[in-house]
Design a protein. Structure first.
Length: 480
């Protein structure tokens, strides 16, 4: 490995070293605060090191990892989101009185797995990244082992992740048998040259890969236990799954299927279109019946990933731009929602149902305002980042002639208004009763308030002036 390779891989190497330092700190300087400081400093240093990696971009490392503007953008996004989750987790873990060092080590390793996915250019590194992302989550989901639903959620995630890995491995094997290559670039070159005589074998492999991606993204009809996992996992872990895990898989999806020539009459396009329609429709319709905030967000995430698939299907540069912009906006809003749940938690649990939020504005105005603006962004209200995110997907779909998908996206967005507005109605409802969870009446602690305020300000800034982020996203097209 050359010096250029090491410089290009610097963010990943720092993350790996951070996880080792956390374990060493747990052995020689045990303590929750020490583990948190090592984690947050390591992530921020890794984020700063992206500047050094940019000097080498685009750079191919061992033909398995490609460090380009696209990879570095997503690595930066994942590191920022992980830093936010880490801060929320610090206050959350103090409340539930559990040993925390292992939590931060697992969180760092899972983040490393997501960063590997963003830079993968080979089936081997793709599978390594997926497993490095998934395995720590088995433990993180069950970290509050005193809760039966946490253990149940971890078991269900284990089954889903194992199923996804099986589909992916079998799909990789069939594609390799057909094309004789495991490189994404080789896949593109072979497909552009002609699929060959055994078309069925390649399509079967791609179908299995789509199924594996479907399980990992938790899109319909592969969503199954996703709401149970969201509900059972600790709030910071749910935030990680909803943002970092999904963001890494979207980056992989764009890079992997970006190697396949777009063809609106092809089987791959038809299959992903059906998944997009099912995800938007099922996600929004099932969310209508929920009274648990985490389950509402789970079904909402299924719908939002369906919107991202519409952007992906538009093909060309606009697919990367609109999908990436949407992931950024969705991550900001989702981190705000789950961060607020974590901040309002106490040793007795989390305010999951709508009941504790009734009249929240009159008891905890800052929390109500943060939650309201996050929901506004998820709806797509103007002056929030979510407005531009949905608008760009509409534009991309219209430019590509995806009229059916665009119309269904508009109809499903209207359906989504109901359950989002129901949360807002509860927040501002007058009530004379005390909240079911006393923590909802307490002011937010300083660190949570600062992070939530920063996320809200970022959403509003992008909503008012989206040009800087859009220009940054457009730069990714030149390297992908």
């Amino acid at each position: 490995m050359t010096a250029a390779d090491l410089q290009a891989l610097l963010p990943l190497l720092i993350l790996a070293a951070t996880s080792l330092f956390i374990l060493l700190g747990a052995a020689f300087l045990p303590g929750h605060r020490t583990a948190y400081l090592i984690t947050i400093v390591g992530m921020l240093v890794a984020l700063a090191s992206i500047r050094a990696a940019v000097a080498q971009a685009p750079h191919l490392v061992g033909e398995m990892l490609v460090i380009d503007a696209f990879a570095l953008f997503y690595i930066g996004l994942l590191l920022l989101a992980a830093s936010v989750v880490t801060t929320f987790a610090y206050d959350y873990l103090k409340k539930i009185h559990l040993k925390a060092e292992e939590f931060y080590a697992l969180l760092t390793l899972a983040t490393l797995g997501g960063c590997v996915l963003a830079a993968s250019n080979h089936f081997a590194t793709m599978f390594l990244g997926i497993e490095l992302l998934s395995v720590p989550l088995y433990v993180l989901i069950a970290y509050v082992f005193r809760k039966n639903d946490s253990l149940e959620a971890a078991l269900k995630y284990l089954i889903l992740a194992a199923t996804a890995s099986a589909f992916l491995l079998f799909g990789m094997a069939l594609i390799y048998a057909e094309l004789g290559t495991m490189h994404f670039d080789g896949l593109r070159d072979n497909l552009q040259a002609g699929i060959g005589e055994r078309r069925g074998l390649l399509l079967a492999g791609i179908a299995l890969m789509i199924t594996g991606f479907g399980f990992k993204l938790a899109v319909a009809p592969f969503h199954m236990w996703t709401p149970d996992i969201y509900q059972g996992a600790p709030a910071p872990v749910t935030a990680f799954i909803a943002t970092i895990s999904k963001g890494a898989m979207v980056a992989l999806l764009l890079r992997f299927f970006g190697a396949i020539p777009s063809d609106q009459s092809g089987a791959v396009f038809t299959a992903i279109s059906c998944i997009a329609v099912a995800s938007m429709t099922i996600g929004n319709l099932l969310a209508l019946r929920q009274t648990n905030v985490k389950r509402i967000m789970a079904y909402s995430s299924i719908a939002h990933l369906g919107y991202v698939l519409v952007a992906f299907l538009s093909g060309g540069p606009q697919a990367i731009e609109s999908a990436t912009f949407y992931i950024v906006s969705y991550s900001i809003a989702t981190l705000s929602v789950f961060g607020l749940l974590a901040a309002l938690s106490n040793a007795d649990g989390e305010p999951e149902t709508l009941a504790p939020f009734k009249g929240l504005f009159w008891r905890n105005r800052s929390a109500a305002v943060f939650l309201s603006l996050a929901i506004f962004s998820l709806i797509g209200i103007p002056l929030t980042s979510g407005f531009w995110a949905k608008l760009f997907i509409f534009i991309a779909g219209i430019q590509s002639g995806l009229w059916v998908l665009v119309i269904l996206l508009a109809l499903n967005s209207a359906i989504g208004l109901y359950y989002y507005l129901r949360i807002l109605f509860v927040l501002y409802s007058p009530t004379d009763e005390l909240s079911e969870l006393s923590s909802t009446t307490s002011p937010l602690n300083r660190s949570s308030f600062v992070i939530l305020a920063a996320l809200t300000l970022l959403s509003l800034t992008i909503g008012i002036h989206p040009a800087p982020l859009l220009e940054l996203v457009k730069m990714l097209v030149t390297t992908l």
